[in-house]
Design a protein around this ligand. Structure first.
Ligand code: IPE
Ligand code: IPE
Ligand code: MG
Length: 252
């Protein structure tokens, strides 16, 4: 690991849209899947950097609910890569104290993959070094909808009154459950959009967009993003003066 600059504040939850795998491959005259393979290596490294730095929560967007519309061969290759990752990486994640969770509508995955996900989640459930969330078959709208459905079921079963529905309750029914909201969001690949990622949870995240394509995103790129994050003043609707009076300048 290269020398780490002094970072005053690290995010407690980093959320990443890993975009640009296809373009990375096309630029090199390679099939898109080659970009996804290279992208998978970049994720593996990112997990290691975050664990080494002490970032406790990392959520990466691997496959969106809208990505099901891609050509069937690309979808099946992405699923294959996902299974390979499960087979190869889960043991070492566990050894390194990393909790593994999949966020998303996994009922759309083949049964066998669902079982493997369940096993990996169970195996790593009590690890605390880093919580790694892989958002797969995930959409922010799906997440809010499934939370509303589970609350509605409790109301109709007579377990809950409508007046007891609070922001906190809805938050706890989202797939991220008790994780803190992401405080830093990074999107590679040059697009300035959220593409139905963690819509509710990103309410106050610092948004960082970078033109690098995902397979090129390395430790140096992460450190640049983290340095930018640590210079942000996070005001949460308050004034600069209020924060100064309370002895907290946000991050900065
Ligand atoms: C992101 O890279 C990975 C997935 C969406 C699965 P893309 O595949 O979207 O790459 P580009 O944006 O086409 O370059
Ligand atoms: C967002 O990337 C989803 C993932 C990185 C998994 P997309 O490439 O699917 O996003 P759009 O289509 O450009 O908005
Ligand atoms: Mg893309």
């Amino acid at each position: 690991m290269q020398e780490t600059p002094i970072l005053d504040t690290l995010p407690t939850h980093l959320a990443v849209i890993m975009d640009g795998n296809g373009r990375w491959a096309t630029e090199r005259g390679l099939p898109r899947v080659a970009g996804h393979r290279k992208g998978a290596e970049a994720v593996r490294k990112l997990v290691r950097y975050c664990a080494d730095l002490g970032i406790p929560n990392l959520t990466v967007f691997a496959f969106s609910s809208e990505n099901w519309q891609r050509p069937a061969h690309e979808v099946s290759l992405l699923l294959e890569l996902f299974v390979q990752m499960l087979d190869k990486e889960v043991r070492s994640l566990h050894k390194n104290g990393i909790r593994f969770r999949v966020l998303g509508d996994i009922s759309r995955f083949p049964q066998k993959i669902q079982q493997r996900i369940g096993k990996a989640q169970q195996l790593t459930a009590s690890n605390t070094k880093l919580c790694l969330n892989i958002a797969a078959s995930y959409g922010g709208r799906w997440d809010i909808t499934q939370a509303c459905r589970s609350i509605a079921e409790s109301v109709s079963a007579g377990l809950l009154d409508a007046e007891q529905i609070t922001e906190g309750l809805l938050q706890s029914c989202l797939s991220t459950e008790s994780s803190p909201d992401p405080d830093l969001f990074i999107r590679t690949g040059g697009e300035r959009r959220i593409s139905n990622f963690l819509l509710w949870q990103l309410a106050y995240a610092e948004l960082y967009f970078v033109d690098d394509l995902w397979p090129d995103f390395d430790e140096r790129s992460l450190l640049v993003a983290l340095t930018w994050f640590s210079s942000r003043q996070r005001r949460f609707g308050m004034t600069r003066e209020q924060l100064q009076a309370a002895g907290s300048g946000g991050n900065a």
